[in-house]
Design a protein around this ligand. Structure first.
Ligand code: ACO
Length: 333
């Protein structure tokens, strides 16, 4: 079987222009900037403007145009779209297909959505890399795009402060250049014993939305913050160790850790458990809050754009999310 190297060829992002600060939130729930910033590291988040058409597929469309330009590829060079989101445009069709159409892709490439919450982008990347490595796919578009502002309960101060809207994408493909870029190791996992720590049971086949759900807000996302916090730190640290061990590398050889941005204290605790230099950890939660599947690709893209992450650097993506799902990717960019 063929064994191609796998390269991230281009990245892109889009966040809505509208900013909602902690002070803005304190006008409709009992909270304040100091509490939110101290406990989470978040100052503000972006909120989609629905009149401007900033839905998940629209954000992904704009981010993908940027990634195509960075990769020097055409839309029809993409032969697989994986769209990670817990806030898809519609129930049917899937958002990957909506995006395929918006991009004007006419090659009838496979297009599917990934429902793996905040680990969705890493799930997509790791699955695509296996297909690229074996020659089944040449260039895959991996999207993390979320409009969480639609699904959070804006009356629940324990959760609404944490989330925001945005999109990050990567085009990953067969490495045909004479460089060392490759995906070095991957890890994916899930543990359903924690599924009630963060869920949204109403609105699916089991519990269709009724008047009473709309009245009491039980159709929105619900989170047990403390439980999530404990699992997250343990899981992220273990993920990093797993991918390093698989690639036979040590932490000193890692240039950058790009963790899921759920809470600055989760990121810092994970860093301490691992013993990584905080300077090597990419953090942007202050500006965007938790954009679920979009946090890793947005943070990665920004760090490439501002010159921190360079070609040849060893980068570790590390994510966890509702489910509980988890995943990590170790790569040479
Ligand atoms: N403003 C002011 N007070 C608040 C707020 C708020 N926004 N939210 C909660 N409080 C109060 C609580 O009511 C409680 O008051 P009490 O002591 O009088 O009962 C007190 O603050 C402490 O509440 P805790 O929930 O224990 O606060 P904690 O320190 O655990 O912080 C937080 C809460 C920020 C949610 C934290 O638990 C967290 O970030 N958890 C992880 C969340 C996470 O990772 N979510 C996403 C994971 S999956 C994914 O990314 C999609």
């Amino acid at each position: 079987m063929t064994d191609y190297k796998v390269k991230i060829k281009g990245t892109g992002m889009f966040v809505p222009e509208r900013i909602m600060t902690n002070d803005d939130i304190s006008k409709f729930v009992d909270t304040n900037d100091e509490w939110i910033f101290e406990r989470t590291g978040i100052r503000e988040r972006r909120i989609s403007n629905t009149e401007e058409g900033e839905f998940p597929s629209d954000m992904a469309y704009k981010a993908t145009l940027m990634a195509l330009e960075n990769a020097n590829l055409e839309a029809n060079d993409i032969d697989l779209i994986l769209f990670a989101s817990v806030t898809p445009d519609f129930k049917l069709p899937n958002t990957a297909i909506v995006l395929q159409q918006k991009l004007g892709i006419t090659n009838q490439c496979a297009a599917l959505d990934i429902a793996a919450a905040c680990s969705g982008f890493v799930y997509g990347l790791n699955m695509a890399q296996a297909m690229i490595r074996t020659g089944m796919v040449k260039n895959a578009l991996i999207v993390g795009s979320e409009m969480l502002s639609r699904e959070v309960n804006w009356k629940d101060r324990g959760s609404c402060i944490l989330f925001g809207d945005g999109c990050g994408v990567a085009i990953v493909g067969r490495n045909e250049d004479s460089d060392d870029s490759d995906i070095l190791s991957t890890h994916l996992g899930a543990d359903g014993t924690g599924r009630e720590f963060f869920d949204q049971p109403v609105g699916g086949a089991v519990y269709p939305i009724t008047e009473s759900h709309l009245e009491d807000g039980s159709h929105f996302m619900q989170m047990k913050g403390r439980e999530m916090f404990k699992v997250a730190t343990r899981t992220l640290a273990q993920n990093a160790k797993t991918v390093l061990e698989k690639a036979n590398l040590n932490l000193d050889q890692v240039n950058w850790l790009v963790p899921h941005q759920a809470n600055i204290r989760i990121i810092e605790t994970t860093g301490k458990l691992l013993g990584i230099d905080p300077e090597k950890v990419i953090v942007n939660i202050e500006k965007y809050a938790n954009t679920s599947a979009a946090t890793v690709p947005i943070a990665f893209h920004e760090a490439i754009q501002d010159g921190r992450i360079k070609r040849g650097d060893v980068v570790l993506f590390d994510a966890f999310g509702a489910g509980l799902t988890t995943g990590a990717t170790l790569l040479r960019y």
